[in-house]
Design a binder for this molecule. Structure first.
Ligand SMILES: [Zn+2]
Length: 294
C-alpha cells in the first residue's frame, strides 16, 4: 500500500526524471533553430529524441500473464548508430542483444519470471530511456548487458558493476565514462542529467535499491565462477548513467573484453553465450527466490 509520503515521493521522482529529457529537448530545439555559437555547421543532425514521459512504446513483457510474478528488464547495451565496443566482425551491440535473448530464453524456460528487453532489435535508445523502461514497467530488476574493450589486449574476463558516485577503481571510472558516451552523438551530448539531479536521485531512494543491486551483482559473480573468466571477482562500482534508476535494483554486466581475442571468440560462440546466460539467469532466479522467501 502506498503511503501519502510514498505517493508524493513517486510524484517527485516522476518530475525529477522528466526534467533532463525536457531540458535536452529544449536545448536540441534551440540548437536546431539558432545553431551553436560559432559552430558554422552546414548540416543538420537529425535524431529521434525520447518524449518527456511515457511516449516511447514499452516493450512486450513475456512469461506468465500474472502481474504478481517478478519482472526483470534486460537491457542489451548500445544499438542502432551506436555499435559500442569492438571492431571488425564482432560488435558489442550484437553480442549484448544475443546474450540478452539467451538469458530471456532460459528464464522463460524455467518459468515463474516475467522478462522484457529494452530493445529486441538493432535500434538506439538513450541511457535514460533504458532505465525509464524498467521504472515504467515497475520492474523488480534491471540488468544492462555490455562487453568491454581496452587498449591492452591482455585485459579479459567479466565484471559486474553497481552505481556509485565514484569509481571503485580507475578502470571502473574509465569504463563508466566510456559507456556513458552512448549518449554522445557527433560530439553532441543528448542527455543533460546534471550532477544536481543525480544527487537528488541518489538521496531519494538509491539506498533501498542499492542493497538489491549489490546482492544481484554478487549472485552473478558467484554463478559465473568456474564457468567463465572473471576480470575481477568483486562487485565494482562507478557512475554509470544507465544505472541511475532510483527505485529498481540495477546492475551493469560487462560480459568480457571484445578487445581480447579469447574473450571475443567466447562471446561470439554459442557455448560462451549459453554459459553466460546460464549464470545470469540462475543469479536472477536465486535473487527472486530470496525475495519471495523474505
Ligand atoms: Zn557498452
Amino acid at each position: 500500500m502506498l503511503s501519502q509520503r510514498g505517493m508524493s515521493r513517486h510524484l517527485l521522482l516522476a518530475l525529477v526524471l522528466a526534467i533532463p529529457v525536457t531540458i535536452a529537448a529544449a536545448l536540441f530545439a534551440l540548437d536546431r533553430t539558432f545553431g551553436l555559437p560559432g559552430s558554422g555547421y552546414d548540416y543538420v543532425l537529425h535524431i529521434d529524441l525520447p518524449q518527456a514521459d511515457g511516449e516511447i512504446g514499452l516493450p512486450e513483457i513475456q512469461g506468465p500473464p500474472d502481474a504478481s510474478r517478478p519482472l526483470v528488464v534486460l537491457d542489451p547495451g548500445h544499438g542502432g548508430h551506436d555499435p559500442g565496443a569492438g571492431t571488425g566482425a564482432i560488435s558489442e551491440k550484437g553480442v549484448t542483444l544475443r546474450i540478452a535473448r539467451a538469458i530471456r530464453a532460459r528464464l522463460l524456460d524455467a518459468g515463474g519470471v516475467r522478462v522484457a528487453l529494452t530493445r529486441d532489435e538493432d535500434r538506439y535508445l538513450m541511457l535514460a530511456e533504458r532505465s525509464n523502461i524498467a521504472r515504467r514497467l515497475k520492474a523488480d530488476l534491471f540488468v544492462s548487458i555490455h562487453a568491454d574493450s581496452a587498449e591492452s589486449k591482455d585485459a579479459s574476463g567479466a565484471s559486474v558493476y553497481v552505481l556509485s558516485d565514484k569509481g571503485s577503481s580507475q578502470t571502473a571510472a574509465r569504463i563508466a565514462k566510456r559507456e556513458n558516451q552512448s549518449d554522445v552523438v557527433n560530439g553532441v551530448q543528448l542527455s543533460s542529467e546534471t550532477d544536481v539531479v543525480s544527487t537528488i536521485l541518489l538521496d531519494l531512494s538509491q539506498s533501498e535499491a542499492q542493497a538489491g543491486s549489490v546482492e544481484l551483482a554478487q549472485l552473478i559473480l558467484r554463478e559465473l565462477r568456474g564457468k567463465t573468466r572473471l576480470h575481477t571477482d568483486r562487485v565494482q562500482s562507478a557512475a554509470f548513467a544507465v544505472l541511475k534508476s532510483p527505485d529498481v535494483p540495477s546492475v551493469l554486466f560487462e560480459t568480457g573484453y571484445i578487445s581480447n581475442r579469447g574473450d571475443a571468440a567466447f562471446l561470439a560462440s554459442e557455448e560462451g553465450r549459453e554459459a553466460i546466460a546460464q549464470a545470469a539467469s540462475q543469479a536472477i532466479r536465486v535473487f527472486f527466490a530470496r525475495q519471495a522467501g523474505a
